[in-house]
Design a protein around this ligand. Structure first.
Ligand code: BES
Ligand code: MN
Ligand code: ZN
Length: 490
């Protein structure tokens, strides 16, 4: 059941929720307006502040038991020294919801710092929704029934301003939830057909057009690169196009995603330890579908096409071998020297297909290289593109969504690394500058429009439990896509 959000204008002491979370910047005194609550708690709040038991460091949590009336429990959540308001609010709300969801209660109220605008409120809603998110579909119900969070009310001064942020926050949160669910689904359930069904479902609910191509249609379009990956698996590959029309016949933005539902590496097989993480190799596709869901809910007056290249990368008797040469739909001959560099083979044909929409811009997201994890770690996505303004727009969008990225150059010298003796190009350029040579490979297929590529291999999921998020899918870059598109609304 999705979380229900509301905004209320009440005194903190009158909140009747199971948990009251107070989001608190560092160094603040007991927040104004909480005197009655403090009294109800027998002065526990002011004593904790006075004794330095709570100072408001980022991710600090003070857990108090409620009084005879008002909330049953109080969580004071530290925001640290706030330099980026929306990001700090999102993080604190996320932590609050994550903690509250483990406290066996159905309802939480959140006290936010004073003076928040709709943008701030939006981040509180997104953060709280993400913090409470769980994937329980493949777990048997617990023997001891547990109450999970169902309702969150945000205590605000001005309900009218807050309502706008609430609505848009819920739309974006729905996009993240959709993406994270698809990401979390294992490879035997999240197949290319399942991604196509997810796209059809979005299309049906929001009256969008959806086109799903299979092997035969891709053969007709001479997509030899995408099909080379698909030839090793009996599963039907799917090229999915989801068209959102909010602005009549205007030229669209295209969002494209790598949807490798499981990446074994193919004949260039990956080592066994940790291979299970490769169910997340469809995270770019999940990001696109999540963004399309959010954009439709936001009813943005703009045209957006979501493209997904969905396939599974398997070794088999029919699989491609290292050294094989295939021809992509734009005519380029590709020598496949490593079958584990499959994402770029899929995206090659998807990016060329994007041209038919005459797009104003194309942004793709892919868990493309291990090298981006070495270079930028798990906080920053790699951002590469052919148009400096577009790169800056995408970086700014990522910053607004607290999904920061860092630009890497499409340095022409490195094109040398992907030259092939046999064909036009080869699909890997060795270890040096691995994320950049992958970007240079993709660039070959992006003629005719400005393009930015997001390498989200380090950020789309987390192999470790983070303070504000559990290990697993992060939903990135849903927020970046949505912020980018939203800023383009004229
Ligand atoms: N899906 C992987 C990239 C990846 C690595 C994603 C780690 C998430 C975490 C991609 O298909 C891949 O295997 N890339 C190779 C390319 C190499 C063979 C040139 C890599 O990065 O090792
Ligand atoms: Mn691979
Ligand atoms: Zn891959």
């Amino acid at each position: 059941m999705p979380l229900a959000f509301s905004v209320v204008h009440v005194d903190a002491s009158a909140v009747s929720a199971g948990v009251l979370a107070i989001l608190c910047p560092k160094g603040s005194l007991v927040p104004a307006g909480l005197t009655a609550l403090d009294d109800a708690l027998g002065g526990a709040l002011s004593r904790s502040f006075a004794r330095g038991a709570f100072v408001g460091k980022r991710d600090e949590v003070l857990h108090l038991s409620g009084g005879a009336t008002g909330p049953e429990r109080v969580l004071v959540i530290g925001m640290g020294v706030v330099t980026d308001g929306p990001a700090a609010l999102k993080r604190a709300a996320q932590l609050a919801a994550r903690r509250a969801n483990g406290l066996n209660t159905a309802s939480m109220a959140i006290i936010v710092p004073t003076g928040l605008n709709a943008v701030d409120l939006e981040q509180v809603v997104i953060g709280a929704s993400m913090g409470a998110w769980e994937y329980r579909e493949l777990k048997s119900p617990p023997t001891e029934p547990r109450t999970t969070l169902e309702r969150i009310s945000i205590v605000v001064e001005d309900e009218a301003t807050a309502a706008a942020g609430l609505a848009s926050g819920e739309s974006i949160a729905a996009g993240y939830s959709l993406a994270r669910r698809l990401q979390m689904m294992p490879g035997n359930l999240c197949t290319p057909d399942a991604l196509a069904d997810a796209a059809r479902d979005i299309a049906a609910r929001h009256a969008m057009d959806v086109t799903v191509l299979g092997r035969r249609e891709m053969e007709a379009l001479r997509m030899g690169s995408f099909l080379a990956v698909a030839q090793g698996t009996p599963q039907e590959p799917r090229l999915i196009a989801l068209e959102y029309r909010g602005a009549g016949d205007a030229r669209p933005i295209v969002l494209a995603g790598k949807g490798v539902c499981f990446d074994t590496g193919g004949i260039s097989i990956k080592p066994a330890p940790g291979m299970e993480w490769m169910k997340y190799d469809m995270s770019g596709a999940a990001g696109v579908l999540g963004a399309m869901e959010a954009i439709a809910r936001l009813k943005l007056p703009i045209n957006v096409v979501g493209l997904v290249g969905a396939v599974t990368n398997m070794p088999s008797g029919t699989a491609i071998n290292p050294g094989d040469v295939v021809q992509a739909s734009n005519g380029t001959f590709i020598e496949i020297v490593n079958t584990d560099a499959e994402g770029r083979l899929v995206l090659a044909d998807v990016l060329h297909y994007a041209k038919k929409y005459d797009p104003v811009a194309v942004v793709d997201a892919a868990t493309l290289t291990g090298a981006v994890v070495i270079g930028l770690g798990n906080s920053l996505m790699g951002v590469l593109g052919t148009d400096a303004t577009l790169v800056q727009d995408v970086l700014a969008a990522g910053a607004r969504a607290s999904e920061p990225g860092w630009e890497l150059p499409l340095w022409p010298d490195y094109e040398e690394q992907i030259k092939s003796d046999t064909a036009d190009i080869k699909n890997t350029g060795g270890r040096a500058a691995g994320t950049i040579t992958a970007g240079l490979f993709l660039k070959v297929f992006t003629e005719g429009y400005p393009w930015v590529h997001l390498d989200v291999a380090g950020t789309a999921y987390s192999e470790n439990d983070l303070v504000s998020l559990p290990k697993g899918p992060t939903g990135r870059p849903v927020g970046t896509f949505v912020e980018f598109v939203r800023a383009r609304v004229s």
